[in-house]
Each structure stands twice: as C-alpha cells, then as structure tokens.
Design a protein around this ligand. Sequence first.
Ligand SMILES: N[C@H](CCC[C@H](N)C(=O)O)C(=O)O
Length: 279
Amino acid sequence: MQMQDIPSGLPFMKMHGLGNDFVVIDSRGRGAVTTAALAQAIGDRHRGVGFDQLAEILDGVGTDICLDFWNSDGSRAGACGNATRCVAAHVMAETGRDRLTIRTVRGVLEARSVAGVTWVNMGPPQLDWNEVPLARAMEVTGLPLPGAPTAVGMGNPHCVFVVPDAEAVALTEEGPRVETDPLFPEKTNVEYVEVRNRSEVRMRVWERGTGVTLACGSGACATVVATALRGLTERQVKMELDGGWLELDWREDGVWMGGPVAHVFDGHFSASFLALVEG
Ligand SMILES: N[C@H](CCC[C@H](N)C(=O)O)C(=O)O
C-alpha cells in the first residue's frame, strides 16, 4: 500500500497503557502502510505525534487480527504488551466479544476481558540463550555482567536486574549501556526490579529503541519470570511501574498480564505530512 493511495490522509488512534503511549494505525482491509521512515516521522514528538511504540492492526491470519509493532527510532519491536492490551480492548469493544486471538511475529496471543480488565497472554518465556538471543551459549540466569542479571525473551529481549532500590537506578546512564552490550546481538530492553515481598515488586524500564518509558508490558512479563525463577517471588505478582500497576500471572500456557488501557483521541495524519515522509 502506497501513501498516495490514501489522498485524504491517514486515520490513527492515540492510546496508552500506564502512560506507555502508542499511535495505532488500523490497516484492516487495506494492508500494511508502516515503514521505518513513517514510524520515525510519526514518532518525532515535535514534527510528528510522538509515541513509545506504533502498533499497526492488520487482517487476522487464522486469528481475529494481526499486530505489528515499531519503535520511535524506526526499528521493529517483536512484542508490545501494553499496546496489545490497548488494541485488544478496542477490538473487543468494537465486536462486543470478551476473547480475541492476535497474531504477532512471536506467534498467536490470546486476550480476554475479565471484570472490565483486559488481560493478554504474552506467551511462554524464552529461556534458551539463542532464543533471547544472547551472543553465545550460557545460562540465562546470572549473566556475566555486574549485578548478574537474568535474560528473558518474550518475543523481544529483556535483561532483568534485581536491585535494592529501583528509584536509585540511574536509568539514562545504565539503560543504554546494557541495551548495547555485545552480549545482546539484537540489543535488549532493560528492567530494574525491587522485590517488596513475594507478591509485590517495583519495576523501572529502559526500552530498546525508545529509552525510558512509564511502563513496558513485555518487560513486566520478563520481570516476573526472572524473580520467580530466582525464587524471590511467586509466579503471580502485582507490579508497580512509573505509570501505574500491572498484574502478572505466569501460568502453564504463558505469562498473563492485566491492567488499564486508555483511548485518548482519534486523529488524522494529513496528506501533506505523509507526502513529506514519502520524500
Ligand atoms: N512497551 C512495550 C515493549 C516495547 C519493546 C521494544 N522497545 C523492543 O524493541 O523490544 C510493551 O509494553 O511490551
């Protein structure tokens, strides 16, 4: 699909889950429009709209919908838990259903609405070094980095540090250092978790390709896997992020995540903005 085929401009929704904010483009019935250049242009908070991730809804392939994710630097994100919840809530409201299947590059995810809360099964964690991926064969726990973090794949790479005080972490210094460490050939998202008790933790995040965000759903899933694997928490925890609270439940069939979603406004990218991107 070319931009000139959408002369009237491109509709979008602005959504967020705990302040992790998204531009959502609904391309059902039309085909994908997003390119790295378009994601970068829209992601510019001054010349575009700005977002932590861009999510594009596509026609389902053996599922209700498909979903693609982009970061603001134009790179792809293999998973985005908060955007998945936002889009799932939107499509469930639209169709009046309380269950949905969603195909992402990672595989088929399931969403459910339970007592007004939108839950998504983000799938089982990837705990082999080559699935995360890491640069060479090793255990995913006790990585050879200061702080001996745990690597967890959730369709995208995560590196989880257990720290005594999450507020004290210098995210903008530590985050980019770990994100680009040669241990992670595809870079990594970076989480710092403070364990308050066996069922409550506090987490802050540095996202690959985006930077500090108020929340990261796939990062929250990776975090509960890391703390449960290390025996520090149960597999069911409440997690406080900068933008609010998520509930996590690591079950046999995957890591379920529930929390709030918000549909902020509906907008329209003008034809002249799109023409500029097309160059
Ligand atoms: N905010 C997202 C994750 C974005 C991950 C992205 N930064 C990547 O490159 O993997 C979430 O709620 O799961």
